[in-house]
Design a binder for this molecule. Structure first.
Ligand code: FAD
Ligand code: FES
Length: 262
């Protein structure tokens, strides 16, 4: 497969708070928007050239609307703090679209399982599934610590069944989102992004039912393009030397669950 990406100077159209620590940034970026596929990500320069932080930060493509990309991000450190302070008409350098995204499976039922900010790539995916398979059922299972940390659920509706789980019971099911997945039956493909323990739990349920399961991994990234080897993750099975590892930036971030966890 030919992988095409570019560096584009994006222009901020909107940068608004969606909850206490997360924002949605809409960026005019026509070239990247035209090439982007669900599950892919971009590397964003959060500062001007030569200023700290020097390295770009990886963020999933949350949505594509015409010539614009939306990024949904949680402020956790210097780079995301700088992004949060950007205003309309500021410009920023974006590299992308990067990586291998989700493959939309031929299924009657698609279950998208997001934990916290892991919901970010699932909106773009839900919209693409709806376009590709208008008659299929799509369920979003969204997990968060509390109702205050639930993000952008309303953007999935109408057209997507939404099931919510919160750790403290403040909204939806009182417990883990994996407990909701365990109730699902039938011919299902599972797509998941979120904390690693949650995704491992999702993969275990999918394995039990022999469902297809695609996981979107996170790792620290320096280049985002397969050059620095900083994002290597050990894969399942017995492999020798360099074959023991996959690179989240170029082989992923989306993998079949069995490729990572046996
Ligand atoms: C493919 C991919 C897609 C991502 N998509 C999103 C997204 O859509 N929305 C979003 O909010 N975040 C996303 N992330 C995580 C995001 O890249 C980091 O939160 C961001 O780089 C932090 O930058 P910072 O300068 O603000 O924080 P830093 O000062 O660099 O770090 C602050 C804290 O965050 C941790 N951290 C930093 N980078 C990562 C990382 N890559 N993975 C896990 N922990 C990290 C650090 O260990 C530290 O504890 C994604 C990461 C990857 C690899
Ligand atoms: S981030 Fe450099 S090889 Fe993956």
């Amino acid at each position: 497969m030919v992988v095409v990406q570019c560096v584009e100077q994006g222009v901020v159209q909107r940068n608004s708070q969606v909850n206490q620590d997360s924002l949605a940034m809409v960026i005019l970026s026509p070239r990247i928007a035209a090439m982007a596929r669900p599950g892919q990500f971009v590397m964003v320069a959060c500062s001007k050239t030569g200023q700290s932080p020097l390295l770009r930060r990886p963020l999933s493509i949350h949505a594509v609307d015409g010539d614009c990309l939306t990024l949904l991000y949680r402020v956790v450190g210097q780079g995301t703090e700088l992004l949060a302070n950007m205003n309309v008409n500021n410009s920023l350098s974006i590299l992308g679209p990067l990586g291998m995204g989700f493959a939309i499976a031929e299924r009657k039922h698609h279950c998208l399982v997001g934990g916290g900010i892991g919901i970010a790539p699932l909106l773009f995916l839900a919209r693409a599934i709806r376009r590709a398979q208008p008659d299929s059922q799509i369920t979003l299972l969204a997990g968060a610590r509390s109702d205050l940390e639930l993000l952008v659920i309303e953007k999935f509706q109408p057209g997507v069944e939404v099931l919510i789980a919160t750790d403290d019971g403040s909204e939806g099911h009182h417990g883990f989102v994996t407990e909701l997945l365990a109730e699902i039956t039938g011919d299902v493909e599972v797509y998941t992004c979120g904390p690693t323990p949650m995704m491992k739990g999702v993969a275990a349920i999918a394995r039990k039912h022999s469902w297809g399961c695609q996981v979107s991994l996170e790792s620290h990234m320096a280049c985002g393009m397969g050059a620095c080897l900083g994002c290597a993750v050990e894969r399942s099975g017995v492999h020798e030397g360099a074959d023991k590892y996959v690179h989240v930036c170029k082989d992923g971030p989306v993998f079949k669950a069995g490729e990572i966890w046996a």
